[in-house]
Design a protein around this ligand. Sequence first.
Ligand SMILES: NC(=O)c1ccc[n+]([C@@H]2O[C@H](COP(=O)([O-])OP(=O)(O)OC[C@H]3O[C@@H](n4cnc5c(N)ncnc54)[C@H](OP(=O)(O)O)[C@@H]3O)[C@@H](O)[C@H]2O)c1
Length: 313
Amino acid sequence: MSPATVLVIGATGAIGSALVDTLLPDHQEGRLRLAATTRRPDAAARMRDHGVEVRHLDLDEAETAGLQAVRPAFAGVDRVFLLTGYDVRMLAQAKAAVDAAKAEGVGHVVHVGVSAAEDTTIVHFAWHQLVEAYIERSGLGHTHLRPASFMQNLRLSVGTPGVLTHFVGEARPNWVDVADIAGVAATVLRDPGPHDGRAYDLAAEAASLSEIAELLGDVLRRPWRYESAEPQVFYDAMVRAGADPVYMACVRNVFERTRNGSLIEPDGVFGTIEAVTGRPATSLREFLERNRELFSGHPGRTATRESPSERRS
Ligand SMILES: NC(=O)c1ccc[n+]([C@@H]2O[C@H](COP(=O)([O-])OP(=O)(O)OC[C@H]3O[C@@H](n4cnc5c(N)ncnc54)[C@H](OP(=O)(O)O)[C@@H]3O)[C@@H](O)[C@H]2O)c1
């Protein structure tokens, strides 16, 4: 029997690039066939150099050219990893991807949403839940991944060396390493059967920014401190940098409500990563130890949770 074909959408982004790296040995050793999508020729060339089949996919083309514009990317695919970016267009993009996957006979979709209460009123969290509901209605096999705040976002909190700037006051958000999200996704994509119909909240631990600044001080052996800033500062910086104002207003609301205590993280979620992958989740301390260089030198941007990732490819 020929190996299953896995298509990674968002392969150039934070989670997707980690997922491609994780699945490369499976591809190279013939356990599955890896295909990935991008709109960017430079990124396509780099992935092809690693032996990955690259397909062009711009989900926005479905709006102007119909579903047939995106269907070819899904042809012959058995399993899809579906991720969208930090943009209100995520709704139409995800719908087009699900419709195209169904039309092309895909068997299973692994979708990246967000960790949130089922009855959340945070607007973009609700969008993710509506996408999940649409996937369920499609009849496709599916697994929902629901990550907490990415630990990788913390590097964007470094403006002045030694100072972490963030927008949630003294609240204690949940955190997850992107590599662990990729690890869970890879486990499901290798063998979706046991994970069909399941939803996984992904988080390693909760910590305030003051606690993280203290950890950083320990790891880098010099003092760090947390500086609390207004969520509007985040919004203004992101919109100035070209991010979608509709999506970023939602993120500003997350910060406001995390800070005022009206947004509570789901509980009972810290064991999921180990339960799925068999490996313990990366703790914040381990993450900072493995990624010292992100915090040891140059200033980042004034942005953090849910901000667009720097490109990795
Ligand atoms: N940051 C957080 O703390 C956090 C927490 C929980 C959940 N999330 C969720 O994680 C997701 C973002 O993950 P990420 O950080 O890995 O994203 P990312 O780094 O911003 O990457 C986005 C990817 O989407 C692709 N893409 C964008 N527009 C596209 C289009 N029109 N057609 C096809 N592909 C398109 C891009 O591909 P090309 O540019 O190569 O075409 C890129 O690879 C969001 O859904 C967000 O809500 C984030």
